[in-house]
Design a protein around this ligand. Structure first.
Ligand SMILES: Cc1ncc(COP(=O)(O)O)c(C=O)c1O
Ligand SMILES: N[C@@H](CCOP(=O)(O)O)C(=O)O
Length: 457
């Protein structure tokens, strides 16, 4: 399979080159040259079987079949649930797809346990090293560090917004005792961190010197690995269901859209936002105007510029990279994205619905789920179950449980009176020493730091 850039001005690459590049040289995001059909899954009996079959359609000959199976088995062997991503029924028509059984307790592990191993595999084969730079609003950072910690060929620098993650999220990044892992607080919000990462990629000399790569969902491999759980969940439910997705950077729900496009039996998607509701405004009111990022109880969704929307926009533009680049340039300068009415009708209507929940509504939903089922859900998941409650109607609905409640114990306790506890492997998280520093929101300073720790340059 070959991959093309959403901005139409970068070389087409094969899978491994896309994995290692992260972002395309023209600033665009790589997507497959065409969307494949789902493979025959009749003999797939486990999550790993499905993962291998689905991922093979994108990877082609770049990873030998036996190696791909080993990478998937090892990645999902780190999960604490035998089903990897279990579906739990919570009432007559609603299911939770629990994506938080990996090492860092968030859905990011599903992709990053595999992608970390794919990096190691590809770099060992090529005898190369690289430097990963990533931005996190809390979860990608710890999952990425866990995915590559101890990996000889990789140094990783993760930028997180100072004071805007939960304590558990921060400590999961800053207490990892691995010489190749660096978690840096940035004086700014997540969008600032993401802008710094993209600016480092757009500095061609720096990018080449440091051999930069990405672990955010701008890296196609992240999205690819997330397609798999939409396939397992939609096939497990006998019929066509709605998927309700707590959304920030648009990577998760985009993976669902891709699964649907490949033939998974999915009716439509509900995008759930917190007060940072740019996507909900776009879907419901055709208004994509960036506003100030507001801190909320679901900090991983505190995002205004959703990177992966670019991949959908590319499709909305009939895969015209020039138009996509021009539109995004205007969005950058004016803070407003304008999309033709007929493009919205074709791509949004009937496929995406959306709803927004502020902190008060989120707490109320955590309380309601607890009262009705005895289950604790985290604030991100709660925006999704609230949206499912309000919008799904009679159709079966799968709400994605994107994080473990113990990552956000204060909010969960406030809503239910019950303080969720961390699983045993993280029980001493608050006793571990932290290793971090704060840097200003300044490209040159951050580049200097990256240069000082990278062994690829
Ligand atoms: C717990 C949690 N829920 C939801 C989201 C939003 O997902 P996405 O950015 O893929 O839209 C994130 C961050 O990505 C997250 O960490
Ligand atoms: N919510 C994310 C933000 C980054 O998203 P990504 O999917 O592009 O890595 C986080 O937790 O860091």
């Amino acid at each position: 399979m070959r991959f093309v850039s959403t901005r139409g001005d970068a070389p087409e690459l094969g899978f491994t080159d896309v994995l290692l590049a992260g972002l395309a040289a023209d600033g665009g995001l790589y997507v497959p040259e065409r969307w494949p059909e789902l493979p025959d899954l009749s003999s797939a009996t486990s999550y790993v079987d499905t993962a291998v079959a689905v991922i093979e359609t994108f990877v082609g000959d770049d990873i030998a079949p036996d190696d791909l199976r080993t990478l998937c088995s090892d990645a999902y062997g780190t999960f604490r649930h035998a089903a990897t991503c279990p579906l739990v029924q919570i009432d007559d028509r609603q299911w939770l797809l629990e994506l938080f059984h990996g090492p860092t307790l968030a859905f990011k592990d599903v992709a990053l346990q595999l992608v970390g191993r794919m990096f190691d595999h590809a770099l060992a084969q090529r005898g190369e090293r690289l430097t990963i730079v990533g931005a996190t609003s809390g979860d990608t950072g710890s999952a990425a560090i866990d995915g590559v910690k101890g990996c000889d060929n990789v140094d990783i620098v993760i930028l997180y917004p100072a004071g805007r993650t939960s304590d558990v999220q921060r400590r999961q990044m800053t207490t990892v005792d691995s010489p190749n892992a660096h978690a840096i607080a940035i004086d700014g919000n997540f969008d600032d961190c993401q802008d710094l990462v993209k600016a480092m990629f757009n500095d061609a000399a720096f990018r080449d010197e440091m051999r930069l790569s990405a672990v955010n969902s701008i890296n196609w491999a992240r999205v690819m690995a997330q397609v798999v759980y939409y396939v397992t969940a939609s096939r497990a439910l006998d019929g066509t269901s709605t998927f309700c997705v707590p959304t920030g950077n648009f990577g998760n729900v985009l993976a669902g859209w891709i699964a649907q496009r490949m033939g998974a039996p999915i009716a439509d998607f509900i995008v759930a936002s917190n007060s940072n509701d740019i996507l909900t405004r776009f879907i419901n009111d055709a208004d994509m105007t960036a506003r100030e990022v507001v801190p909320t109880l679901s900090p991983s969704m505190d995002i205004q510029v959703s990177s992966n929307f670019e991949r959908l926009l590319f499709e909305m533009n009939g895969r015209d990279g020039g138009i996509t680049a021009e539109q995004l340039g205007r969005f950058r300068s004016s803070g407003r994205l304008d999309v033709e009415a007929d493009q919205r009708t074709d791509f949004i209507d009937g496929t995406f619905r959306a709803a927004r929940y502020d902190d008060e509504a989120t707490l109320a939903e955590i309380g309601r789920i607890h009262a009705e089922t005895g289950m604790l859900v985290d604030p991100h998941t709660a925006t999704g179950t609230a949206a499912a409650r309000d919008l799904a109607g009679d159709r079966p609905v799968v709400s994605l449980a994107t994080a473990h409640p113990a990552k956000f114990p204060d909010a969960v306790e406030r809503a239910t009176g019950v303080r969720p506890t961390l699983p045993p492997h993280l029980a001493d998280l608050f006793d571990r020493p932290e290793r971090t520093q704060t840097l200003p929101n300044d490209l040159a300073t951050v580049q200097q730091f990256v240069r000082s720790v990278s062994r690829a340059g």
